[in-house]
Each structure stands twice: as structure tokens, then as C-alpha cells.
Design a protein around this ligand. Structure first.
Ligand SMILES: Nc1ncnc2c1ncn2[C@@H]1O[C@H](COP(=O)(O)OP(=O)(O)OP(=O)(O)O)[C@@H](O)[C@H]1O
Ligand SMILES: [Mg+2]
Length: 299
């Protein structure tokens, strides 16, 4: 990008220019425009009510909200398992409702993980992971890929186990590996930690975080668990079919440090109180980082 172009322009111009460049060049992994899904059997139910949202490639986003608020409906519509009543949904640049062969689109672009893992009980871990690869890869390539995926989710030593010979957390990790089988850019997970205890939930979320960073996979995770949501960068909160709020979450330490914002200590660090800062024995770089975290955010 020709940075020199900006020299001499006010910072506002510069912000506008960068904004324009971004909106021209950014390809969202998911974009919805006034997306609605209305059920009309009996009373009218607005399961999704003019939802507008954007998700960047490689983001890990959680969706929270009370039962019946439309979370599963949102995933189903994004995943082309259900059709919207009105509005548009774009996934990886394609308008989902206009895609003719939705099965082919789903199998190449989207992996699904559900609350109950849906593994086939008569197939072992490796064979379960191979299922979505049928029709895409030959037998030997399927086996190799399944083994790599089991390695990735740290289950190489459980490859020949049947689902009922695995713990709940392990079964969910097999489900993650299966969702990644065809290397989809997007994975939709509906309460994947719903049947897991706290420790296994956090392990699963750490795995998804690692995968989003190492593989660039985009994850949308529906959860009721605030501890699960806190592991992600952004939480979309739904109520009555609408996204009513979005919370940006930093790392837990960052969140804790933000609590200092309103304290005298926080205020003095922000005000660059020299006497205090020299007492803290921090490097200039550390002080700058601290001030950045403490600085009140707008919106
Ligand atoms: N097939 C259907 N026919 C009629 N109404 C439906 C249908 N599917 C869902 N709904 C209604 O749409 C609304 C949203 O449902 P949805 O399953 O998306 O909620 P949710 O947020 O996933 O809830 P939960 O946390 O309980 O899973 C609910 O009021 C539900 O009753
Ligand atoms: Mg649901």
C-alpha cells in the first residue's frame, strides 16, 4: 500500500480513505443483510428478525442468548440447512440462497459440529472422520487425512476406538476433526460444549482457537456458557431473533486490567505520572502496552 499517499492529509481524511479501501477489499466470510426467518404455522414467529452481521475470515465468534432467541436458526440459515424468508446471506462471497447445488457447497465450504456429536456408533474414530471425505478422496487419501486430523485434535492414540469407547470430550474432538475433513473455511458449531464439563469445554475451545489461528478456519460457536464465550474474541448476543449486542472480549488478563481503568492507580498510569511509573520499574514498551489496555474504548 502506498503509505506516502497519506502524507500531508489530515488524520480524518486518512481514516476515511482507509475505511474506503477496507470496504472495497475486505471479503467477509459471512455477511448477512436484513436476514429474516419467519415461521407461519399458527402464530407468526420471527426466529430471525432483520439480522445484519459480518464475520471476518479466521475469526472465532460466539453467539449467546436465551432459549428460543434464534441462535440455531441463524446457524441453519448460514449453513444452507434452512432458507431465509427474506434478506440475504453471503458465505465466502456466495449468496447462499442462489447456490443450486447446496449439498456440494456445504461439503466443500462448511463443517458442522452439533451438541450431540452425531458420530456413527458402528464406525471407529478414524472411519467417522472419513465419512465426509467419501466422494472427494480415494480410500488411501481418506485414511491419511483422517490420521492427520486425529493427530491435530490429539487423538492419534484413539483412532480405532468406537464412539462408546471414548469420553465425551474425546467424542467432541472427533466431531471437530470430522467437521474439518474437507478443510472447510467455515465451521458452524451449535452448543458443541453443551454436554461437556468445564474442563473439557475449555479444552475444546482451546482446540478451536488453535485451529482458527493455525488453519485460518472461521468458527461460529453457539453457547450458553459464559466461560466458553469468554474464550473468544467477539460475542454476539441474540434476543427475539435480533442481534441486540456485541461484546468484544480481550484476553482474560486484559479484561482484568481494564478493571483498573477507574482506580486511582489506573488513572495515574494513564496520566503518565512519572513518579509512579519509575516506581513500577516497567520498560517504556510495557508502559505503552499497559496504557493501551487501560485507555477507555469508544463504543
Ligand atoms: N420448524 C419450526 N417451526 C416453527 N417455529 C420454529 C421452528 N424452529 C424453530 N422455531 C421457533 O423459532 C424460534 C427460534 O428457535 P431456535 O431454535 O433458533 O432458538 P435457539 O436460540 O437455538 O434456542 P435454544 O437455546 O433453546 O437452542 C423459537 O421461538 C422456536 O420455537
Ligand atoms: Mg438452539
Amino acid at each position: 500500500m502506498p503509505v506516502a499517499k497519506f502524507v500531508g492529509e489530515t488524520s480524518n481524511d486518512r481514516g476515511n480513505i482507509i475505511g474506503e479501501i477496507m470496504s472495497e477489499t475486505t471479503t467477509w466470510m459471512i455477511e448477512t443483510i436484513d436476514l429474516s426467518r419467519i415461521y407461519r404455522n399458527g402464530d407468526e414467529i420471527r426466529a430471525l428478525d432483520t439480522v445484519n452481521m459480518h464475520v471476518s475470515p479466521g475469526e472465532l465468534v460466539t453467539v449467546m442468548g436465551p432459549s428460543g432467541s434464534g441462535k440455531s436458526t441463524l446457524l441453519n440459515v448460514i449453513g444452507a440447512l434452512d432458507l431465509p424468508t427474506s434478506g440475504q446471506v453471503y458465505v465466502n462471497g456466495h449468496e447462499v440462497t442462489k447456490i443450486r447445488n447446496k449439498d456440494a457447497f456445504r461439503s466443500s465450504t462448511i463443517g458442522f459440529i452439533f451438541q450431540l456429536h452425531n458420530l456413527i456408533p458402528t464406525l471407529n474414530a478414524r472411519e467417522n472422520i472419513e465419512v465426509p471425505m467419501r466422494g472427494h478422496l480415494g480410500a488411501r487419501a481418506r485414511k491419511k487425512r483422517a490420521e492427520e486430523l486425529l493427530e491435530l485434535v490429539d487423538l492419534a492414540d484413539r483412532m480405532n476406538h468406537l464412539p462408546n469407547q471414548l469420553s465425551g470430550g474425546q467424542r467432541q474432538r472427533v466431531a471437530v476433526a470430522r467437521a474439518l475433513a474437507n478443510n472447510p473455511p467455515l465451521v458452524l458449531a451449535d452448543e458443541p460444549t453443551g454436554s461437556l464439563d468445564t474442563k473439557a469445554s475449555l479444552e475444546l475451545m482451546n482446540l478451536l482457537k488453535d485451529l482458527s489461528q493455525s488453519q485460518g478456519t472461521t468458527f461460529i460457536v453457539v453457547t450458553h456458557d459464559l466461560n466458553v464465550a469468554r474464550q473468544t474474541e467477539r460475542v454476539l448476543v441474540m434476543e427475539d431473533g435480533k442481534i441486540v449486542r456485541q461484546d468484544i472480549i480481550g484476553s482474560p488478563i486484559e479484561e482484568d486490567l481494564k478493571q483498573w481503568q477507574h482506580s486511582r492507580l489506573g488513572q495515574r498510569i494513564l496520566a503518565r505520572d512519572e513518579a509512579l511509573l519509575s516506581n513500577l520499574e516497567l520498560s517504556t514498551h510495557q508502559i505503552e502496552a499497559l496504557q493501551k489496555v487501560l485507555a477507555p474504548t469508544n463504543g
